[in-house]
Design a binder for this molecule. Structure first.
Ligand code: ADP
Ligand code: MG
Length: 302
């Protein structure tokens, strides 16, 4: 459990296909994990998608994104905003590093430099500020972080919400992560994007991040009695079995109207999450949260 102090752990939520549930997974995991984490192990969500849906859902579209800060090698801690207004359990433990359209231009600029792909990793490796002493979102806009002393350093669990595709920010996330979690929508052709992803993971391992591990795969939007859904689940099962236990196959998240409803606005997100807390639709997310809470070391998140 969290009693043991560990270094920060970074999990990238990745699938090159759009609309498979990456952002929903980040939100649901943050909700469940902040509920279980003590103050010294907060959850930091990072929005790496220029479309910035996560940022919008957490009501932070007016907050500056991390793009310029990463470009200028500033402290990304200065960009943190509290997620407590929108997640039920977040309190002082749920934080967001916002994304925005300027991630596009930052990617173009950073891609010119040989170490550009490592900039996110370097930024996340900096000591974290004392998150519990920060105010809520409104206060946050006017209140930059104070200097951090090593004694105040914390060990957050960092969730990277990746954009679709295998472009600059997805590669940066894979270079920065200890582990990756792959939501796979139970749809025909779902396994094709998985193959492309695994080729990219292999090349990131060999060139940038040898410790990158696949934590597991999460089937999303599963539907009973849909033949294509059974095919995808069978394919994922084969893949997990072939990994001899290294890759977990988490319980499928059923297709449920509660998820699109969650994302209408922040208030609904909060009240929707309250309603779903004990629901079967969150079981897959609960299983992942249990694995991440038990994280034994930063390089062995499973
Ligand atoms: N289990 C689910 N059942 C039904 N709709 C879902 C489910 N998970 C996600 N969605 C919806 O699917 C859409 C895409 O999800 P999102 O998390 O934004 O995907 P991504 O980040 O991969 O693009 C959103 O409208 C979301 O509310
Ligand atoms: Mg998304």
């Amino acid at each position: 459990m969290w009693a043991k102090r560990v270094a920060s752990t970074t999990i990238a939520i990745v699938n090159p296909k759009g609309g498979v549930g990456k952002t929903t997974t980040v939100l649901c995991l943050a909700e469940l994990l902040t509920d279980r984490s003590p103050v010294e192990s907060p959850v930091v969500m990072v929005d790496l998608d220029p479309q910035a849906h996560l940022t919008a859902l957490l009501g932070a579209t007016n907050s500056p994104s991390i793009a310029t800060t990463l470009q200028e090698q500033g402290a990304i801690g200065d960009r943190l905003v509290a997620a407590g207004d929108r997640l039920v359990a977040a309190g002082d433990r749920g934080w967001l590093l916002p994304g925005g359209l300027d991630l596009e231009s930052a990617a173009v600029a950073l891609a010119r430099s040989p170490e550009g792909l490592l900039r996110l990793r370097q930024a996340l490796a900096q000591p974290w500020p004392p998150l519990e002493s920060l105010g809520k979102l409104d206060e946050q806009k006017t209140k930059p972080f104070l200097a951090t002393s090593p004694a105040q350093t914390q060990s957050p669990l960092v969730l990277l919400d990746c954009p679709p595709g295998l472009g600059f920010w997805t590669l940066s996330a894979l270079a920065a992560a200890d582990g990756l979690l792959i939501p796979v929508q139970c749809q025909p052709l779902a396994l094709r994007s998985l193959l492309a992803l695994m080729e990219t993971v292999a090349s990131v391992r060999s060139q940038l991040n040898p410790n990158l591990r696949v934590v597991g795969v999460l089937p999303t939007m599963s539907e009973r009695r849909a033949p294509w859904c059974d095919q995808v689940l069978a394919g994922l099962q084969d893949w997990a079995q072939a990994s001899r236990g290294a890759i977990a196959l988490f319980p499928p998240i059923p297709r449920s109207a509660c998820f699109p409803k969650l994302t209408v606005d922040g208030k609904l997100l909060r009240s929707g999450l309250v309603r779903q807390r004990r629901s079967v639709v969150l079981q897959g997310y609960e299983a992942i949260a249990a694995v991440l809470v038990d994280r034994p070391s930063p390089t062995h998140p499973t």
